[in-house]
Design a protein around this ligand. Structure first.
Ligand code: ATP
Length: 285
Protein backbone atom coordinates (compact mmCIF):
# COMPACT_ATOMS: atom_id res chain seq x y z
CA UNK A 1 0.00 0.00 0.00
CA UNK A 2 0.99 3.61 -0.42
CA UNK A 3 0.59 5.71 2.73
CA UNK A 4 0.48 9.25 1.41
CA UNK A 5 1.46 12.51 3.10
CA UNK A 6 -0.86 15.47 3.59
CA UNK A 7 -0.32 19.20 3.33
CA UNK A 8 -2.42 21.94 4.94
CA UNK A 9 -3.67 24.51 2.44
CA UNK A 10 -4.91 26.46 5.44
CA UNK A 11 -4.52 26.00 9.18
CA UNK A 12 -6.25 28.17 11.76
CA UNK A 13 -6.44 27.71 15.51
CA UNK A 14 -9.81 28.75 16.94
CA UNK A 15 -9.25 28.27 20.67
CA UNK A 16 -7.83 26.16 23.45
CA UNK A 17 -9.86 23.42 25.09
CA UNK A 18 -9.84 22.48 28.75
CA UNK A 19 -8.01 19.22 28.01
CA UNK A 20 -5.04 21.10 26.53
CA UNK A 21 -5.88 20.38 22.88
CA UNK A 22 -6.67 23.20 20.46
CA UNK A 23 -9.72 23.54 18.25
CA UNK A 24 -8.58 24.02 14.69
CA UNK A 25 -9.91 24.63 11.19
CA UNK A 26 -7.72 23.10 8.52
CA UNK A 27 -8.01 22.49 4.81
CA UNK A 28 -6.30 19.16 4.20
CA UNK A 29 -4.95 17.82 0.92
CA UNK A 30 -3.34 14.47 0.11
CA UNK A 31 -0.19 14.53 -2.02
CA UNK A 32 1.70 11.88 -3.91
CA UNK A 33 4.62 11.52 -1.50
CA UNK A 34 4.30 8.17 0.24
CA UNK A 35 5.65 5.45 2.47
CA UNK A 36 5.38 1.89 1.14
CA UNK A 37 3.64 -0.56 3.45
CA UNK A 38 3.41 -4.30 2.82
CA UNK A 39 1.30 -6.41 5.16
CA UNK A 40 1.42 -10.22 5.20
CA UNK A 41 -0.27 -12.92 7.25
CA UNK A 42 2.11 -15.18 9.16
CA UNK A 43 1.58 -18.61 10.74
CA UNK A 44 2.75 -17.74 14.22
CA UNK A 45 0.56 -15.19 16.01
CA UNK A 46 1.76 -11.72 17.00
CA UNK A 47 2.69 -8.47 15.24
CA UNK A 48 6.09 -7.91 13.69
CA UNK A 49 7.00 -4.51 12.24
CA UNK A 50 10.13 -3.87 10.23
CA UNK A 51 11.21 -0.49 8.91
CA UNK A 52 14.10 0.67 6.72
CA UNK A 53 14.76 3.70 8.97
CA UNK A 54 17.33 2.58 11.51
CA UNK A 55 16.27 4.90 14.31
CA UNK A 56 12.51 4.49 13.97
CA UNK A 57 11.11 2.18 16.69
CA UNK A 58 9.57 -1.12 15.55
CA UNK A 59 7.54 -1.78 18.70
CA UNK A 60 4.55 -0.10 20.36
CA UNK A 61 6.27 3.26 20.06
CA UNK A 62 5.56 3.06 16.33
CA UNK A 63 2.05 4.20 15.49
CA UNK A 64 1.78 1.62 12.67
CA UNK A 65 2.35 -1.11 15.27
CA UNK A 66 -0.27 0.43 17.58
CA UNK A 67 -2.79 0.51 14.72
CA UNK A 68 -2.24 -3.20 14.05
CA UNK A 69 -2.56 -4.02 17.74
CA UNK A 70 -5.83 -2.13 18.02
CA UNK A 71 -7.24 -4.02 15.00
CA UNK A 72 -6.08 -7.41 16.34
CA UNK A 73 -7.70 -6.80 19.73
CA UNK A 74 -10.90 -5.22 18.48
CA UNK A 75 -11.62 -7.76 15.73
CA UNK A 76 -10.13 -10.80 17.42
CA UNK A 77 -7.58 -11.52 14.67
CA UNK A 78 -5.89 -14.83 15.47
CA UNK A 79 -3.22 -15.04 12.77
CA UNK A 80 0.14 -13.30 12.88
CA UNK A 81 0.91 -10.08 10.98
CA UNK A 82 4.14 -8.95 9.37
CA UNK A 83 4.32 -5.28 8.43
CA UNK A 84 7.13 -3.94 6.27
CA UNK A 85 7.39 -0.13 6.33
CA UNK A 86 9.57 1.69 3.83
CA UNK A 87 9.76 5.24 5.12
CA UNK A 88 9.87 8.00 2.47
CA UNK A 89 7.84 10.77 4.14
CA UNK A 90 10.11 12.88 6.38
CA UNK A 91 9.45 12.20 10.08
CA UNK A 92 8.09 14.87 12.47
CA UNK A 93 7.84 17.25 9.56
CA UNK A 94 4.20 18.40 9.51
CA UNK A 95 3.25 15.91 6.78
CA UNK A 96 1.29 13.42 8.95
CA UNK A 97 3.56 10.55 7.96
CA UNK A 98 2.88 8.52 11.09
CA UNK A 99 -0.88 9.08 10.90
CA UNK A 100 -0.87 8.01 7.27
CA UNK A 101 1.04 4.80 8.09
CA UNK A 102 -1.52 3.99 10.78
CA UNK A 103 -4.39 4.71 8.35
CA UNK A 104 -2.85 2.35 5.78
CA UNK A 105 -2.56 -0.40 8.42
CA UNK A 106 -6.25 0.00 9.36
CA UNK A 107 -7.35 -0.12 5.71
CA UNK A 108 -4.86 -2.88 4.83
CA UNK A 109 -5.85 -5.24 7.65
CA UNK A 110 -9.53 -4.66 6.89
CA UNK A 111 -8.85 -5.89 3.33
CA UNK A 112 -6.37 -8.65 4.15
CA UNK A 113 -8.67 -10.34 6.65
CA UNK A 114 -11.89 -9.58 4.74
CA UNK A 115 -13.37 -7.89 7.79
CA UNK A 116 -15.70 -5.60 5.79
CA UNK A 117 -15.57 -2.88 8.45
CA UNK A 118 -17.33 0.23 7.11
CA UNK A 119 -15.06 3.21 6.47
CA UNK A 120 -16.85 5.31 9.11
CA UNK A 121 -16.18 2.67 11.80
CA UNK A 122 -12.54 2.45 10.74
CA UNK A 123 -12.25 6.23 11.00
CA UNK A 124 -13.74 6.22 14.51
CA UNK A 125 -11.28 3.54 15.54
CA UNK A 126 -8.40 5.52 14.01
CA UNK A 127 -9.39 8.57 16.05
CA UNK A 128 -8.48 6.62 19.20
CA UNK A 129 -4.85 6.71 18.06
CA UNK A 130 -4.64 10.20 16.61
CA UNK A 131 -6.78 13.13 15.47
CA UNK A 132 -5.35 13.14 11.91
CA UNK A 133 -5.92 9.42 11.27
CA UNK A 134 -9.61 9.67 10.24
CA UNK A 135 -8.56 12.15 7.54
CA UNK A 136 -5.69 9.91 6.41
CA UNK A 137 -8.22 7.08 6.01
CA UNK A 138 -10.52 9.37 3.97
CA UNK A 139 -7.88 11.19 1.85
CA UNK A 140 -8.45 13.84 -0.83
CA UNK A 141 -9.55 17.42 -0.13
CA UNK A 142 -11.35 18.04 3.16
CA UNK A 143 -12.08 20.58 5.87
CA UNK A 144 -11.02 19.31 9.30
CA UNK A 145 -12.45 20.86 12.47
CA UNK A 146 -12.60 20.01 16.16
CA UNK A 147 -9.08 18.78 16.93
CA UNK A 148 -8.87 17.63 13.31
CA UNK A 149 -11.29 14.71 13.44
CA UNK A 150 -14.53 16.41 12.31
CA UNK A 151 -14.34 16.12 8.56
CA UNK A 152 -16.28 17.71 5.75
CA UNK A 153 -15.43 16.47 2.28
CA UNK A 154 -14.63 19.16 -0.28
CA UNK A 155 -14.54 18.83 -4.06
CA UNK A 156 -11.10 17.69 -5.28
CA UNK A 157 -8.70 20.61 -5.61
CA UNK A 158 -7.26 21.23 -9.09
CA UNK A 159 -4.21 19.19 -10.09
CA UNK A 160 -0.83 20.83 -9.68
CA UNK A 161 2.78 20.06 -8.77
CA UNK A 162 3.79 20.38 -5.14
CA UNK A 163 7.41 20.98 -4.21
CA UNK A 164 8.02 19.95 -0.59
CA UNK A 165 11.21 21.00 1.19
CA UNK A 166 12.10 19.68 4.64
CA UNK A 167 14.82 21.61 6.51
CA UNK A 168 17.42 19.59 8.34
CA UNK A 169 15.72 19.56 11.76
CA UNK A 170 12.48 18.30 13.27
CA UNK A 171 9.78 20.16 15.12
CA UNK A 172 7.61 18.81 17.92
CA UNK A 173 3.93 19.54 17.33
CA UNK A 174 3.36 19.81 21.10
CA UNK A 175 6.11 22.44 21.42
CA UNK A 176 4.61 24.55 18.63
CA UNK A 177 1.10 24.52 20.13
CA UNK A 178 2.47 25.28 23.60
CA UNK A 179 4.22 28.35 22.25
CA UNK A 180 1.31 29.61 20.19
CA UNK A 181 0.05 32.91 21.57
CA UNK A 182 -3.60 32.80 20.53
CA UNK A 183 -4.48 36.27 21.87
CA UNK A 184 -1.66 37.95 20.01
CA UNK A 185 -2.28 36.49 16.59
CA UNK A 186 -2.35 39.36 14.13
CA UNK A 187 -3.42 37.16 11.27
CA UNK A 188 -5.90 34.39 10.51
CA UNK A 189 -6.09 32.67 7.12
CA UNK A 190 -9.22 33.27 5.04
CA UNK A 191 -10.38 29.67 5.01
CA UNK A 192 -13.65 30.53 3.25
CA UNK A 193 -11.62 31.99 0.37
CA UNK A 194 -9.56 28.78 0.11
CA UNK A 195 -12.77 26.74 0.07
CA UNK A 196 -14.24 29.04 -2.60
CA UNK A 197 -11.11 28.50 -4.71
CA UNK A 198 -11.53 24.74 -4.30
CA UNK A 199 -15.23 24.82 -5.17
CA UNK A 200 -14.65 26.91 -8.28
CA UNK A 201 -11.54 24.94 -9.28
CA UNK A 202 -9.44 28.12 -9.22
CA UNK A 203 -5.84 27.30 -8.33
CA UNK A 204 -4.85 30.99 -8.20
CA UNK A 205 -7.44 31.80 -5.54
CA UNK A 206 -6.32 28.79 -3.49
CA UNK A 207 -2.66 29.72 -3.80
CA UNK A 208 -3.23 33.40 -2.94
CA UNK A 209 -5.06 32.49 0.26
CA UNK A 210 -2.77 29.79 1.69
CA UNK A 211 -2.21 30.51 5.39
CA UNK A 212 -1.04 28.80 8.57
CA UNK A 213 -1.11 30.44 12.03
CA UNK A 214 1.54 28.00 13.31
CA UNK A 215 4.11 29.83 11.18
CA UNK A 216 3.94 32.52 13.91
CA UNK A 217 5.81 30.04 16.15
CA UNK A 218 7.94 27.86 13.87
CA UNK A 219 8.99 30.45 11.26
CA UNK A 220 9.89 32.88 14.04
CA UNK A 221 12.21 30.29 15.60
CA UNK A 222 13.57 29.12 12.25
CA UNK A 223 14.00 31.91 9.65
CA UNK A 224 14.89 29.29 7.01
CA UNK A 225 11.15 28.63 6.62
CA UNK A 226 10.53 32.08 5.16
CA UNK A 227 13.72 31.78 3.07
CA UNK A 228 12.39 28.59 1.48
CA UNK A 229 9.00 30.18 0.83
CA UNK A 230 10.73 33.13 -0.86
CA UNK A 231 12.82 30.85 -3.09
CA UNK A 232 9.76 28.82 -4.03
CA UNK A 233 7.90 31.99 -5.08
CA UNK A 234 10.93 33.35 -6.96
CA UNK A 235 10.99 30.11 -8.92
CA UNK A 236 7.37 30.39 -9.97
CA UNK A 237 5.25 29.00 -7.14
CA UNK A 238 1.67 30.33 -7.18
CA UNK A 239 1.86 30.24 -3.39
CA UNK A 240 3.99 28.66 -0.64
CA UNK A 241 3.31 27.71 2.97
CA UNK A 242 4.59 25.76 5.95
CA UNK A 243 2.63 22.51 6.42
CA UNK A 244 1.16 21.64 9.84
CA UNK A 245 3.51 22.57 12.68
CA UNK A 246 6.43 22.41 10.24
CA UNK A 247 9.17 22.52 9.40
CA UNK A 248 8.23 21.26 5.90
CA UNK A 249 7.38 23.96 3.41
CA UNK A 250 5.45 23.38 0.19
CA UNK A 251 4.97 25.41 -2.98
CA UNK A 252 2.23 24.94 -5.59
CA UNK A 253 3.27 24.95 -9.27
CA UNK A 254 1.14 24.90 -12.37
CA UNK A 255 3.84 23.21 -14.47
CA UNK A 256 6.48 20.59 -13.97
CA UNK A 257 9.42 22.59 -15.38
CA UNK A 258 9.04 25.31 -12.76
CA UNK A 259 8.66 22.72 -10.00
CA UNK A 260 11.88 21.03 -11.16
CA UNK A 261 13.78 24.34 -11.31
CA UNK A 262 12.62 25.27 -7.80
CA UNK A 263 13.58 21.85 -6.48
CA UNK A 264 17.06 22.04 -8.04
CA UNK A 265 17.65 25.51 -6.63
CA UNK A 266 16.61 24.45 -3.13
CA UNK A 267 18.78 21.33 -3.21
CA UNK A 268 21.81 23.30 -4.39
CA UNK A 269 21.56 26.55 -2.49
CA UNK A 270 19.39 26.13 0.59
CA UNK A 271 19.83 24.28 3.86
CA UNK A 272 16.79 22.16 3.03
CA UNK A 273 18.36 19.23 1.20
CA UNK A 274 15.32 16.97 1.46
CA UNK A 275 13.26 18.16 -1.49
CA UNK A 276 10.45 16.25 -3.21
CA UNK A 277 8.33 16.96 -6.25
CA UNK A 278 4.87 15.57 -5.58
CA UNK A 279 1.46 16.07 -7.16
CA UNK A 280 -2.03 16.57 -5.79
CA UNK A 281 -3.71 13.20 -5.08
CA UNK A 282 -7.49 13.08 -4.98
CA UNK A 283 -8.70 9.49 -5.05
CA UNK A 284 -10.85 8.70 -2.03
CA UNK A 285 -10.84 5.35 -0.31
P1 ATP B 1 1.68 15.75 12.02
O1 ATP B 1 1.70 16.44 10.70
O2 ATP B 1 0.43 14.92 12.24
O3 ATP B 1 2.07 16.60 13.17
P2 ATP B 1 4.30 14.80 11.66
O4 ATP B 1 4.50 14.58 10.20
O5 ATP B 1 4.76 16.11 12.21
O6 ATP B 1 2.76 14.62 11.96
P3 ATP B 1 5.16 12.13 12.23
O7 ATP B 1 6.11 11.94 11.11
O8 ATP B 1 3.83 11.51 12.11
O9 ATP B 1 4.98 13.70 12.51
O10 ATP B 1 5.92 11.63 13.55
C1 ATP B 1 5.89 12.23 14.78
C2 ATP B 1 6.57 11.36 15.84
O11 ATP B 1 5.98 10.06 15.89
C3 ATP B 1 8.05 11.13 15.59
O12 ATP B 1 8.75 11.63 16.69
C4 ATP B 1 8.24 9.62 15.48
O13 ATP B 1 9.33 9.13 16.24
C5 ATP B 1 6.96 9.01 15.99
N1 ATP B 1 6.51 7.89 15.12
C6 ATP B 1 5.91 6.75 15.53
N2 ATP B 1 5.58 5.96 14.52
C7 ATP B 1 5.94 6.60 13.39
C8 ATP B 1 5.85 6.27 12.01
N3 ATP B 1 5.31 5.13 11.57
N4 ATP B 1 6.31 7.18 11.11
C9 ATP B 1 6.84 8.34 11.56
N5 ATP B 1 6.95 8.69 12.84
C10 ATP B 1 6.51 7.84 13.78
Amino acid sequence: MKARAKINLALDVIGKRNDGYHNVRMVMQTVNLYDYITIRKTRSPGIILKTDLKWLPEDERNIAYRAAKLMVERYNIKEGILIDLKKRIPVAAGLAGGSSDAAAVFVGLNKLFGLKIPKKELMNLGYKLGADIPYCILRGTALAEGIGEKLTKLPPMPFCYVVIAKPNFSVSTAHVYQNLSLDNLSYHPDIEAVIKGIKTGDLDIIAKNLGNVLESVTAKEYPIINDIKKTMIEYGALGALMSGSGPSVFGLYRNKKEAQAASTELKLHSEAKDVFIATIFNRER
